[in-house]
Write a protein that binds this ligand. Structure first.
Ligand code: WTA
Length: 698
């Protein structure tokens, strides 16, 4: 029975939350009967008193060249080291070690967007051959060696994981930039990581159209150059053999078609380089609270152990499963749960090139039926979109999921129920997995065969993860108080990032300074990890995640930094000031809305607004396209001159603006309100917590 929870009083440090508790749903006996993890004794093994040794269980899923001597080294907080003394190779663990048993089994199945192009299977044997050849190119043609960085800006084609694994084979650190990001964004990331080689594709197919991707390479090289980084080589994969999808000429001496270079490396073999457990495996750039994206640096041993363990226990993956995660490999979800986790377990991982609703919203279910997918993984945004455009489509197809995941943003119980009933046919279990780019793998989720599902709640802490919810003063929000606060993880875990590439101070400041009890302490208990998400803990110890508390906008499950968007707006020369705030969107969760004031004498507001939109698309990518650009006479500011984004967020979301009398320019609020909402009265609503608090961190 749903229980109505009482409203609680509100103060600055704690936020009251008012909603119904949802009833729970149990996993089916069929699921439990076949699951990887059915013995509740695991909960004891991962109790705090067994930390950190409990994580041996994950590390033992890997093949090590040299076994480690210390599970967790805390000598340099908060730069934890895992499995020190150990050496291994990530590519070996995802490819070579499976050959003995599974060489003829599909490792990857590539599904092109055009439906008349057949799906293409890459067996483990083929994967081994191709990864070796590419590794030989990187080593012998590009001169890359362990520790060097390579930026990969590619769409969803099998050559993307193949290139990543080839890097891992050599100990080269890959930095994959989401294919939908602009060339400029890729170039800045290449410069930050110091990449002298970038890897591209000529083009790809999306929404029924060919996208010419190669021009991004030229833009990236230029953007990197401006930052002082010379990109010497661009390797270009061709989407279709013998055909060039790009209109852009290749630059002699810099650009090379991969298929042509590969001719000299046929059947080349490259021994996997034995890497220190702490050697970086990859960088993944993500938005933070300041303008510049942070390169989250992930380690080889701990990361691989963590994603392999969580893929096995939470995704319930086995070699005989056909697993399809619809995310893009250019995000952390794709790294951990399309490439490294599933391949380390010898699963078959499906890679779909295009948009889920192309050519119609039945497409995902046709793919699932044709390939016999039994584990499915996607985001609330995709679920909302598929529900809106094709609510009855799933029942037309004869696929059978045993397990489904949702990730990336909070899922409303309504959407959850459609996922469960329509997509999962009331048979598949659902795990709602809460985690972040920084955390490598899941932090909260139900264990699918052991824990009941609760729509809208991520569930209990993952094995070996000990969270706490703190208020702004660092007091733990008591269990059962029905108050939300900042969710933190009290302990280190193997999947946590090592540092921000090249910026140790920022790493400490962003994630640890807020709640560190004693900066001198070498005891991990004094160093809680601050996740910057609001959360609420129910009496049953299920966490409900409320969204970001910092000024990051989560668009369709992807983080965009407000400051990054604002600095892009400011490159339009007529713009004097810019503020970007989130607005609630039915499909994407949140989308950015831009407010700008213009320099004196500029009258052509419409043209400037259009230019701002183009600028955001070119500098960041289409994902940053704002829902609206409001050109206003001035922005609301505090007396110390800070822009009050919270007030703008309230106006855009039809929420109460609260007391504005202390502003330096309170009269502007009404002017802006009229501009945005018009003269008709609007119904004000309470608005979600992340929007209410937006920009308060300032
Ligand atoms: C949000 C994606 C609610 C959260 C893996 C987090 C979620 C940010 C969930 C990280 C979930 C992710 N429920 N919110 N199941 N999963 N989030 O770095 O705000 O792209 O901080 O990593 O997404 O986004 P990121």
């Amino acid at each position: 029975m749903p229980i109505e929870q009482g409203a609680a009083s509100e103060n600055e440090a704690q936020i009251a939350v008012h909603w119904k508790e949802e009833g729970c749903i149990l996993p089916s006996p069929q699921f439990i009967g076949q699951a990887n993890l059915v013995d509740a004794a695991v909960l004891d093994r991962f109790k705090e008193e067994h930390f950190p040794e409990c994580f041996r269980e994950y590390a033992d899923l890997l093949d090590w060249n040299h076994y480690w001597h210390t599970t967790l080294d805390t000598s340099d907080p908060p730069f934890w080291k895992w499995f020190t003394g150990g050496t291994l190779n990530a590519c070996y663990n995802c490819v070579d070690r499976h050959l003995a048993k599974y060489k003829s089994k599909a490792a990857l199945i590539f599904v092109p967007e055009p439906e008349d192009e057949p799906a293409h299977t890459v067996t483990y044997q083929e994967l081994f051959t191709r990864v070796n050849e590419v590794a030989a190119v990187l080593r012998d043609f590009c001169g890359l060696k362990a520790g060097d960085r390579v930026t990969i800006h590619m769409p969803m084609i099998p050559e993307l994981p193949i290139t990543m694994l080839a890097c891992a084979r050599l100990g080269v650190i890959h930095s994959v930039v989401f294919g939908g990001f602009s060339g400029e964004a890729a170039g800045l990331r290449a410069a930050d990581s110091g990449s002298r080689v970038m890897i591209y594709a000529d083009g790809y197919v999306r929404n029924g159209k060919i996208v010419d991707h190669k021009p991004s390479a030229d833009i990236a090289v230029e953007a990197a150059q401006k930052e002082g980084q010379k990109v010497e080589k661009i390797l270009v994969w061709r989407r279709y053999a013998g055909r060039n999808l790009s209109s852009k000429p290749m630059v002699p001496g810099r650009d090379y078609f991969m298929d042509e270079v590969l001719k000299d490396f046929k059947r080349a073999k490259v021994d996997p380089v034995s890497m220190d457990a702490e050697a970086p495996l990859f960088l993944m750039y993500t938005s933070g609270t300041t303008g510049k994206p942070k390169g989250c640096q992930h380690r080889t041993g701990g990361y691989l152990a963590y994603v392999t363990g969580t893929s096995k226990y939470y995704q319930d993956i086995r070699p005989e499963d056909v697993y399809w995660c619809m995310a893009d490999i250019g995000w952390i979800t794709g790294h951990s749960y399309i490439v490294y986790g599933p391949l380390a377990l010898a699963a078959t991982s499906v890679i779909y090139e295009g948009v889920p609703t192309y050519p119609d919203p039945g497409r995902p279910w046709r793919i699932a039926e044709q390939l016999d997918v039994n584990i499915f993984h996607t985001s609330p945004t995709a679920i909302r979109m598929l529900r809106k455009t094709g609510p009855d489509e799933p029942k037309k197809y004869n696929y059978r999921f045993k397990h489904m995941t949702t990730v990336g943003e909070p899922i409303e119980p309504e959407t959850w129920r459609w996922y469960y009933e329509a997509v999962g046919k009331s048979r598949a279990v659902i795990v709602d997995t809460w985690w972040q780019t920084e955390t490598g793998g899941f932090l909260c989720s139900t264990i699918p065969a052991l824990d009941p599902m609760k729509p809208g709640s991520a569930g209990p802490a993952a094995l070996g993860i000990y969270p706490a919810i703190y208020d702004e003063q660092g007091q733990e929000v008591p269990l059962g108080s029905n108050k939300a606060g900042n969710i933190c993880i009290r302990n280190p875990w193997p999947g946590i990032m090592q540092t921000i590439w090249g910026d140790r101070d920022r790493f400490v400041k962003q994630y640890y300074s807020k709640y560190c009890r004693n900066p001198q302490s070498k005891d991990w208990r004094d160093w809680p990890y601050f996740a910057a998400d609001g959360a609420l803990l129910a009496p049953d110890r299920y966490y409900r995640i409320l969204g970001r508390v910092d000024d990051v906008i989560n668009v369709a499950g992807h983080r965009l930094g407000t400051k990054e968007l604002e600095s892009a707006c400011l490159t339009v020369k007529e713009v004097a000031e810019a503020a970007v705030v989130p607005v609630v969107d039915e499909l994407k969760g949140r989308v950015p809305v831009v407010y700008v004031s213009l320099k004196p004498g500029v009258s052509d507001a419409k043209r400037v607004a259009a230019e701002i939109i183009t600028t955001l698309e070119t500098m960041i990518g289409k994902i940053a396209r704002p829902k609206a650009v409001h050109v206003v006479p001035d922005l609301p500011k505090t007396r110390s001159g800070k822009i009050m984004r919270r007030v703008l967020a309230a106006i855009s979301n039809n929420m109460k603006t609260g007391d504005v009398t202390t502003l330096a320019n309170p009269e502007i609020v009404e002017v802006i309100r009229l501009e945005v909402q018009g003269i008709d009265p609007v119904v004000l609503r309470e608005g979600p917590e992340d929007v209410r608090r937006f920009g308060e961190a300032e």
